[in-house]
Design a binder for this molecule. Structure first.
Ligand code: BGC
Length: 763
């Protein structure tokens, strides 16, 4: 029997009340059982970076703890691996742990775009770029579902801030939605076929995501072919019947005795077609059957910890490394001052619904001692962590102790970062700075112990500003919140056991006000206007020509790479729907150590008729090369990769003409570039009465027809406005139907009717 038959069989035996009940959970984490029909409840559980299975009582915020699980790097860290294969491995491990705990669906990954560095939940999101976010999320989903555990891709859509997140309307134009905020979801849905999608809390253009029919049905199902279940974010439903009609199958947690009754009443009164209810119930039943069909798992926590450590190591981003201060040599007599409370009390994960109870935690100080057995380590906490103002005498004593530890040391490794209360689900940040005690310690190290080079190791979920202090550091290693293996991974990278290979998945701005969304974040009076449009992240910094501290895609390793031999070739055609642009280049390891390079392919449309970002990521690949070795990398771009979303034409539009293909090591380290000419059917204006005179004249068919209709005078010169170039300049951008009302121009209502089609001119 197929799943479909089994679902139909179960559905046929259910009463209206039972069907309504199945569209809500039965408690905070379970779907509803129907014992009489043999339908058991299945469990849903956070979260994307490690399982957060809450034992009995649910508290939502994770305060009550959860069963031990491997804490993998958070999304902001893992994204910097630029490695969908690694994301798949992490997803599979997470899936195995979920299966062992009898979890049907893991509530993740979160693929919302980092619109502003202030978003409190940026640690849970992958990137400012939809292409990168989509590829990595597809890897995670694929891995998770390889264990017969469903993914739940969230939060659909435009949930890019925490301020007023349950009510705010994200006011965003369709082009921006299509080009920036939807493609990561689109890619995951079409490439990895997640079992479920979670709607966002917020409104999109005035309508709650939970009852947004265009989003949940027309785009998600009709356009992208999604065949899974849509569930609400926890508490996102406001009108259960409207949500059901819009395409929301499951309400979580259930509003028992209210939502179910509302559904029954709506069906009974004929306000909701029972077929709509049946469809939602079928999707819930399919999920139950999918979860039923699997075998138990028995994952090895030690192997998963090793994976967490490897994943962390792949995700760390070496932002700078002046004079090759890293890697640290393990030499007898080498003295390393290890400063900062985070060295012994690491911050490796975020708070809220993705908070995990880790199976074990690597402590950086211990791991560093293990990685550099011949070196002498001197530890000093340097500053205190925690909320509230610090006692100034204590702060000074801590700083003095750190300065003493650094004096005479060969190098000082400073573990800095955001304290846990600085960022979380539920609120946004108001600045992007490190705590003052930490930056002041750095300043004093530079001024008072100038002979000791400083290596900064950062722990933060969302981007922090480095521009006020990074001149005081010889090296900066950005670790994000890299999970329970972060401590080991940091030691591996600092000691050179692993060459760093992470690349930034988001821009590190010099100043917060430089950010494209700065003036429109987080909105007011219930609305946030996405005024920067498609110019999000590097797209905006590049378009404005603004300097940044570290650009999107940036990251150093312990070797160097040369790029050569760019070749761009085209096959197929845009008209035929099979245009394929192949980009090939040769990459060589020109240094003395093996290393990994993330080769990035960007496209730009310098001649576009609409405003477009100077370059957008369209391909990437992470390769490993031994010293001296070379390899060819290839990317294939399609027409869609070069297209923009046209609001007027309600679709993707590829304009014929010039495009620039860039291949490089970051969005601002372009090593190879080529301009190509792409042919595509010419864009013809929609010639209605509301098309302007200029648009008519520029059209290959419309121009001659209009000229002929207006005709020539006895002297052979064009009549009316066509014989008056000065006037044409001034009112050429008037719609044809408007000009018909003006005397003496030669454009008449009859001409407009004949050329623009029957009936009154309507545009
Ligand atoms: C969060 C979701 C999470 C859910 C369940 C919500 O507040 O937005 O991401 O999955 O709670 O904990």
């Amino acid at each position: 029997m197929t799943d479909q038959d089994a679902v139909a069989g179960l559905l046929g035996g259910l009463t209206l009340d039972q069907k309504a009940a199945l569209c809500l959970g039965s408690d905070f984490w379970h779907t509803a059982p129907v014992p009489a029909a043999g339908i058991e409840p299945v469990m849903l559980s956070d979260g994307p970076h490690g399982l957060r299975k809450q034992p009995d009582r649910a508290d939502h915020a994770g305060i009550g703890g959860s069963v031990p699980a491997t804490c993998f790097p958070t999304a902001s860290a893992l994204a910097c691996s630029w490695d969908p294969g690694l994301a798949r491995e992490v997803g599979a491990a997470l899936g195995a742990e979920a299966r062992a705990q009898d979890i049907a669906v893991v509530l993740g990954p979160g693929v919302n775009i980092k619109r502003s560095p202030l978003c409190g939940r940026n640690f849970e999101y992958l990137s400012e770029d939809p292409f990168l976010a989509g590829r990595l999320a597809a890897g995670l989903v694929d891995g998770l579902q390889s264990q017969q555990v469903g993914a739940c891709v969230k939060h659909f859509a435009a949930n890019n801030q925490e301020t007023d997140r349950l009510r705010v309307s994200a006011d965003v134009d369709e082009r921006t939605l299509r080009e920036i905020y939807l493609p990561a979801f689109e890619h995951v849905v079409t490439a990895a076929r997640p079992w479920s999608v979670m709607c966002a809390y917020n409104k999109i253009n005035g309508e709650y995501a939970s009852q947004h029919r265009w989003l949940l049905t027309e785009v998600l199902r009709d356009e992208w072919g999604f065949d899974g279940l849509v569930m609400s974010d926890w508490g996102a439903v406001h009108d259960r019947v409207a949500a059901l009609a819009a395409g929301l199958d499951l309400e979580m947690p259930p509003d028992l005795g209210f939502s179910d009754r509302a559904i029954v009443a709506a069906v009974t009164a004929g306000r909701l077609a029972e077929a709509v209810l049946d469809q939602a119930v079928s999707r819930v039943l399919r999920l139950v059957l999918r979860a039923r069909a699997r075998r138990p798992a028995d994952p090895d926590p030690r192997a998963h910890h090793a994976l967490a450590r490897r994943a962390a190591a792949e995700s760390l981003v070496l932002l700078k490394n002046d004079g090759g201060v890293l890697p640290l040599p393990d030499a007898p007599g080498l003295t390393v001052a290890v400063l900062g409370e985070f060295a012994r009390a690491p911050r490796f994960q975020g708070a809220g619904s993705s908070q995990v109870s880790p199976t074990q935690v690597d402590v950086p100080l211990d791991e560093l001692a293990r990685a550099l057995p011949s070196a002498a380590l001197r530890f000093a906490p340097g500053f205190a962590l925690g909320a509230g103002p610090e006692d100034p005498d204590r702060a000074e004593a801590l700083a003095q102790e750190a300065l003493r530890a650094a004096a005479g040391a060969d190098v000082a490794v400073c573990f800095l970062g955001l304290p846990p209360d600085a960022e979380s689900e539920g609120f946004d940040r108001v600045h992007i700075d490190l705590p003052a005690a930490q930056t002041s310690l750095l300043g004093r190290l530079a001024a008072e112990v100038p002979g000791t080079p400083v290596v900064v190791v950062l722990a933060n979920g969302s981007a922090v500003r480095t521009s006020p202090w990074d001149r005081a550091a010889a090296a900066v290693l950005e670790c994000w919140l890299a999970g329970q293996g972060a401590g080991g991974a940091i030691a591996d990278v600092l000691s050179g056991a692993v060459s760093p290979s992470g690349r930034l998945a988001e821009t590190i701005p010099r100043r917060l006000p430089d950010g494209p969304s700065y003036l429109n974040f987080p909105g007011e009076e219930g609305h946030v206007r996405y005024g920067e449009g498609v110019f999000v992240g590097y797209r905006g910094y590049d378009a404005a020509g603004l300097p940044v501290s570290y650009p999107f895609g940036h990251g150093l390793g312990y070797t160097t790479f040369g790029y050569s031999g760019l070749r761009v070739s085209q096959a197929g055609s845009a008209a035929g729907g099979d245009l394929a642009i192949t980009v090939a280049a040769e990459i060589r390891n020109t240094g003395r150590r093996a290393g990994q390079e993330v080769v990035q392919c960007y496209a730009g449309a310098p001649a576009a008729s609409v405003a477009r970002p100077p370059r957008e990521l369209k391909g990437f690949t992470k390769i490993t090369l031994e010293p001296g070795a070379a390899r060819e990398v290839r990317f294939t771009l399609t027409a869609r990769d070069l297209s923009y979303w046209s609001v007027r034409r309600e679709g993707w539009v590829l304009e014929p003409g010039e495009f620039r293909i860039d291949v490089g090591a970051s969005s601002r380290d372009i090593r190879l570039s080529q301009v190509i000419e792409v042919s595509a059917p010419p864009l013809r204006p929609v010639l209605s009465g509301l098309a302007t005179l200029e648009e008519w004249l520029a059209d290959a068919g419309g121009g001659p027809a209009l000229r002929a209709a207006i005709g020539t005078g006895p002297d052979g010169r064009p009549r009316g406005i066509l014989g008056n170039p000065e006037l044409l300049k001034i009112i050429g951008n008037f719609p044809l139907s408007t000009l018909a009302a003006f005397p003496g121009l030669g454009v008449t209502h009859d001409i407009v009717r004949t050329l623009a089609g029957g009936g009154p001119p309507d545009g």
